[in-house]
Design a protein. Structure first.
Length: 183
């Protein structure tokens, strides 16, 4: 193990212990100080950037990246009870937030709790996700909306989905997977 890998391993273990994250893969990496619920479920090679706020009931898949200052919050107050202030109106049924495999969430994105972001999706920086995002799409805006498909052809989409369903492959953050790993 080279010194860079050793430092990354120590850093990953430090953040897992400090944040009391019991349900994250050993390859999970947090990029700096964030507020993360201890029930976070994070897959292999997932990354959370610095300054994030991750509420309860969040699951992120393998190879998924959350940029700096991403917030997964809200959607937890009933506001339409006549004659009752919001603070006394209660909370709706809890819905988990699911972020699939190989998802890229840009800096400063706000995700309303209870949304699902499909495998291979990309959410542009500064967007606000209020509804589910389909797999292999790019979404942007306030509220986030479909912009375009991530891949140019259905063949490329199918190839990528096959890859995502295969055994997790090891690699280094920020480095390309070897071409031989995707067939």
């Amino acid at each position: 193990m080279n010194i860079r890998n050793l430092i990354r391993t120590l850093r990953r273990n430090y953040w897992r212990l400090r944040l009391r994250l019991r349900f994250v893969d050993s390859t999970f990496l947090a990029g700096g100080k964030s507020v993360i619920s201890s029930d976070l479920n994070a897959g292999p090679y997932s990354y959370i950037g610095p300054g994030c706020e991750i509420g309860a009931g969040v699951s992120i898949g393998a190879y998924t990246m959350l940029g700096p200052s991403v917030k997964i919050i809200g959607n937890d107050h009933i506001f339409n009870v006549p004659g009752s202030p919001i603070i006394f109106s209660g909370r709706p049924e809890f819905k988990p937030t699911i972020i699939g495999n190989d998802v890229w969430i840009g800096a400063g994105v706000i995700i309303i709790s209870g949304c699902t972001i499909g495998d291979g999706a990309i959410v542009a920086a500064g967007s606000v996700v209020t509804k589910d995002i389909l797999p292999l799409t790019i979404a942007a805006g306030v509220p986030a909306r479909f912009i375009k498909s991530r891949f140019l052809t259905k063949t490329d989409e199918e190839k990528h989905l096959v890859f995502l369903k295969s055994k997790v492959r090891s690699g280094q953050y920020g480095e390309k997977l070897k071409k031989t790993s995707i067939k």
